[in-house]
Design a protein around this ligand. Structure first.
Ligand code: TRP
Length: 456
C-alpha cells in the first residue's frame, strides 16, 4: 500500500492499476472488518433490543456511512498528506481557514483512544486461540463457558498480558511498514472469515432457535427505541466502517488517481455489513438456544460461539481457526487505528516510522490499562457511561466519530468547491448529485439530530 504511488502527487502508477486498486480496497476492508463486526455489533444490538436498532444501523450505514466514507477518501486523495496536514492544507486552499486541521487532530486522538480498548479485546481473542487449542470448550455447558470468560477477564494480569502481546504485534507490524504483507493476509482472511461465519450460520440454523434469532434481529419494536440507542446505532456505523477519524483519509492519500472512490467505498461497505449481519445471525440463535440474554454486554461473543464450537464435530479445529482469523481481523484494524497518528508524527516531527510507531504504541498501551482494569480491580468504579472501558468506548464511538464525520461531510459538501469534489469522484452526473445531496444535507442533518437528542 505504501508503495511508490504515495506522495507522488497527481497521475501516478506505472504499476498497473488493478493491483493498486485492489491493494487499497484490501487495506480499507482490512481496517473495517474487525472486532466491530463480530464482537461489538452483536452485543450492542443485543443491548439495544435488536430489530429496530439493526434497522437504524443499516440506514446509518447507507445514508451517512457511505457519503462520509466517500468524502474521507476524496479529501485524503486530494490532500495526499497525513489527516492533520491534509485538513489544514485543503482548509486553506478551499476555505481559507487552517482550523480544519483540528478535525485531523481529533481523529488522531480518537484512533489512540479506540485502540487502547480495542487491543484489550483483541487480547481476549488471542487468549481464546490457546483455549481453543487446549480443548477447553469441548462439550462445555453454557455455565462453564461463562465461568471461563468471567475468570479470565477477572484476572487483570492475564488480560493485561494479552493486551501487551497484541500491542507488541501491532507496533511491530506498523513500525516495520510491512502492511504489504498484511494485504496478502486480508486477501485470504476476509473470504475465510466469511466461510467460517457461514459454517456457524449453518450450525445456528440447526439449533432450532434460528427463527427466534431472526425475529430478534429483524422485527423492529420501535417502542424500545430510545435516542440513546439511535446514537448507539450511528456510533456503531461509524465504528465498524472505520470512518470519522481520518483513517480512511490516511489510506486515501495513497490512492491512485483513476480509482473509483464510489466503487471502492461500495465494496468495503458491502463486505463489512455482510460480515456483521452474519455474526448476528450466527450468535442470536445460540443466545436463545442456551437461555442466555442478548443484553449480556462485551462478553456476548465469548460466551456464545465457544458453545457452538464445543458441540460440533471438529470443533477444536474450527474454533482455533475462528479465533486466529478474528485476531488477524483485529490486527489489520489496529494498523488502521494507528495510521493517522503515525503518519502525522512522521511528517510533522520528522521522525522515522519506527520511532513514531513506538511512541504512539507505548502511549496506547499505557492508556489501555484503564480498560484492562475495568473488568476486575476497577469494575465497580463507574461514572457517566459506566466503567473506564465503557466511557472510552462511548466517548469515541458515540461522540468523537460522529462529530468527526459531521465535520468531514460538511467540509466536503460545503467548504470544498463543487469542481474539486466532482473531479475526485470522477463524475458530475447522477451519482455525484446523490453523493452531494447526502453529504450536504442528509448526513449532517441526520448526525446533528441524533447527537442533539441523545446527548442533551
Ligand atoms: N472498523 C474497525 C472494526 O470494526 C474498528 C475501527 C474503528 C477502525 N475505527 C477504525 C479500524 C479506524 C481502523 C481504522 O473492528
Amino acid at each position: 500500500m505504501l508503495s511508490n504511488q504515495a506522495g507522488d502527487g497527481k497521475r501516478s502508477s506505472v504499476h498497473g492499476h488493478w493491483s493498486s486498486r485492489m491493494a487499497f480496497i484490501l487495506a480499507v476492508t482490512g481496517s473495517a472488518v474487525g472486532l466491530g463486526n463480530i464482537w461489538k455489533f452483536p452485543y450492542i444490538a443485543g443491548q439495544n433490543g435488536g430489530g429496530a436498532f439493526v434497522l437504524v444501523y443499516l440506514l446509518c450505514v447507507v445514508l451517512i456511512g457511505m457519503p462520509v466514507m466517500m468524502s474521507e477518501i476524496l479529501i485524503g486523495r486530494r490532500g495526499r498528506r497525513n489527516p492533520v496536514r491534509t485538513m489544514e492544507l485543503l482548509g486553506q486552499e478551499e476555505g481559507g481557514s487552517r482550523h480544519w486541521k483540528l478535525v485531523g487532530g481529533m481523529g488522531v486522538l480518537a484512533g489512540v483512544l479506540i485502540l487502547s480498548y480495542y487491543s484489550v479485546v483483541a487480547g481476549w481473542t488471542l487468549a481464546y486461540i490457546l483455549k481453543s487449542v487446549s480443548g477447553a470448550f469441548v462439550g462445555a455447558t453454557p455455565d462453564a463457558v461463562g465461568a471461563q470468560f468471567g475468570n479470565f477477564v477477572g484476572d487483570w494480569r492475564l488480560i493485561g498480558l494479552a493486551h501487551t502481546v497484541f500491542m507488541a504485534l501491532s507496533i511491530f507490524v506498523v513500525a516495520r511498514g510491512v502492511e504489504r504483507g498484511l494485504e496478502q493476509a486480508v486477501r485470504f482472511m476476509v473470504p475465510a472469515l466469511l466461510l467460517l461465519m457461514l459454517l456457524l450460520l449453518g450450525y445456528s440454523i440447526n439449533s432450532g432457535y434460528f427463527g427466534q434469532g431472526l425475529a430478534f434481529m429483524f422485527t423492529p419494536d420501535f417502542e424500545r427505541l430510545t435516542w440513546g440507542s439511535v446514537l448507539a446505532a450511528l456510533g456503531q456505523a461509524f465504528f465498524t466502517l472505520s470512518i470519522g477519524m481520518g483513517a480512511v483519509m490516511a489510506y486515501g492519500a495513497y490512492l491512485p488517481e483513476e480509482t473509483s472512490i464510489t466503487g471502492a467505498s461500495a465494496a468495503v461497505v458491502t463486505a463489512d455489513t455482510a460480515i456483521a449481519m452474519l455474526a448476528g445471525l450466527a450468535i442470536f440463535p445460540l443466545v436463545f438456544a442456551n437461555n442466555l440474554t442478548p443484553a449480556d454486554g462485551p462478553g456476548l461473543v465469548f460466551n456464545t460461539l465457544p458453545l457452538a464450537f464445543g458441540q460440533m464435530a471438529g470443533g477444536v479445529f474450527f474454533s482455533t481457526i475462528f479465533f486466529v482469523l478474528l485476531s488477524f481481523a483485529a490486527w489489520t484494524s489496529a494498523i488502521g487505528l494507528m495510521e493517522p497518528g503515525v503518519a502525522w508524527i512522521v511528517e510533522h516531527f520528522n521522525k522515522t516510522r519506527a520511532q513514531a510507531t513506538i511512541a504512539i504504541g507505548l502511549l496506547i498501551w499505557v492508556i489501555g490499562f484503564g480498560s484492562v482494569l475495568s473488568f476486575n480491580v476497577l469494575s465497580d468504579f463507574k461514572f457517566l457511561a459506566g466503567t473506564i472501558f465503557d466511557n472510552v468506548d462511548y466517548l469515541t464511538s458515540n461522540i468523537m466519530l460522529p462529530l468527526g464525520g459531521l465535520l468531514i461531510v460538511v467540509f466536503a459538501g460545503w467548504v470544498m468547491c463543487r469542481n474539486s469534489t466532482s473531479d475526485e469522484l470522477g463524475t458530475s452526473g447522477a451519482l455525484f448529485k446523490v453523493w452531494r445531496l447526502l453529504a450536504r444535507f442528509v448526513a449532517p442533518i441526520g448526525i446533528l439530530i441524533v447527537l442533539i437528542n441523545a446527548v442533551r
